[in-house]
Design a binder for this molecule. Structure first.
Ligand code: FA5
Length: 338
């Protein structure tokens, strides 16, 4: 009799299982067939009232069916939860995306990345130095005499109560680097410089320069000119010629003012170069032997060239920007163009 009851129960369970659609249905079914108050549990509870013989027969059968039901319920649960996840994770690939606003790089950063790219491509290393400098590196090691006007408070920002200055030129990196490295080497040193001057369309109190310094036993002015021409031609993506005019810097001998052919008219003369065909770019020269000595090298063993150009000037030429003050203005109308 009991065997029949168990068989019926199982049959009913299987029939009802067929109809289970949701996790709620399954929950009810589980309660009905294997819950504490289920018919099945009643049967199990009553096993103890059976004769030992019946108990031996019915006990294992009841347990078997009980486990079978539990396993089927578990399988169904897995199946249903899998389905639920699928619907929850459904992605509508046709939905339009959310627009992400992307920031813009300041043209100075663009120019810097490009300069570094071109020079590392030519085997140069990038050197970095402090923006607050000692007077030694900013002036003394550069052969700048104590009474030189650049040391005047009107030109340089000094740090109060300390023999420190805000670096007024990246040339301050020259002796710093040379004290730690032996020639031959070629580096560029890009970075911020500060000068105590009134700002106008072409001057800022805070601006960027990049120093080039190439030292070896046979470095000459021809190397300076050639490397500069290769660099500028790549940077402006056009054929650029370099012109050196005599000038004076305490840390170079000879010293040059450095011009390049106008990138718009290629030297013919146009509005951009005020008809001259040339654009003035910065200072350059052969490293003064006094600088080598200050950095700890023997006199007359090495030769080197150096230059210092302003980033802003290059960015202004490249992107046709007519006021240097725009770079640090924080004006989004400006920055969003890059
Ligand atoms: C120098 O600073 C030298 N150290 C350059 C040098 C290096 C010569 C190595 C020889 C050997 P000068 O003061 O001319 O030179 O500045 C060089 C460039 O820095 C300028 O041509 C300009 O592009 C930029 N610059 C200088 N002052 C400012 C300023 N106030 N605002 C923006 N750019 C500036």
């Amino acid at each position: 009799m009991i065997e029949q009851k168990i068989a019926d129960l199982k049959k009913r369970f299987l029939e009802e299982m067929e109809k289970v659609v949701t996790e709620g249905d399954l929950f009810d079914l589980e309660k009905k067939y294997s819950g504490r108050k289920s018919e099945f549990n009643e049967i199990l509870k009553n096993l103890k009232n059976l004769s030992p013989d019946d108990r031996r027969k019915i006990g294992p059968l009841a347990n078997e069916v009980k486990n079978e039901i539990a396993a089927l319920i578990e399988d169904k649960r897995q199946e249903l939860s899998g389905q639920t996840d699928l619907t929850a994770e459904k992605i509508d690939v046709t939905m339009p995306g959310k627009k992400q606003t992307v920031g813009h790089l300041n043209p100075i950063s663009l120019v810097r990345a490009e300069i570094e790219d071109i020079f590392t491509g030519m085997g140069f290393e990038i050197a970095d130095g402090p923006e607050v400098e000692t007077e030694f590196y900013n002036f003394d090691a550069l052969n700048i005499p104590k009474d030189h006007p650049a040391r005047d408070m009107q030109d340089t920002f000094f740090v109060k109560d300390a023999e420190l200055a805000m670096r007024s030129q990246t040339s301050a990196m020259q002796a710093r680097y040379m004290q730690r490295h032996k020639p031959p080497f070629r580096i560029i040193a890009p970075g911020k410089c500060f000068r105590n001057e009134a700002t106008d369309a072409t001057h800022e109190h805070t601006f960027y320069q990049f120093e080039a310094l190439v030292v070896g036993e046979k470095v000459n002015v021809g190397n300076l000119k050639h490397i500069a021409e290769v660099f500028f031609s790549q940077f402006f993506e056009t054929d650029v010629k370099v012109r050196l005019r005599p000038s004076y810097f305490p840390f170079t001998e000879p010293s040059f003012e450095f011009d390049i052919t106008c990138t718009m008219c290629h030297g013919v003369g146009c509005k951009g170069c005020r008809g001259g065909g040339w654009l003035e770019l910065g200072g350059a020269g052969m490293v003064n032997q006094n600088v080598f000595v200050a950095a700890g090298y023997p006199r007359n063993k090495y030769q080197g060239f150096a230059w210092g150009f302003g980033f802003e000037r290059l960015a202004m030429m490249k992107y046709k920007i007519d006021d240097i003050r725009l770079f640090h203005s924080g004006d989004l109308r400006f920055i969003k163009q890059f």
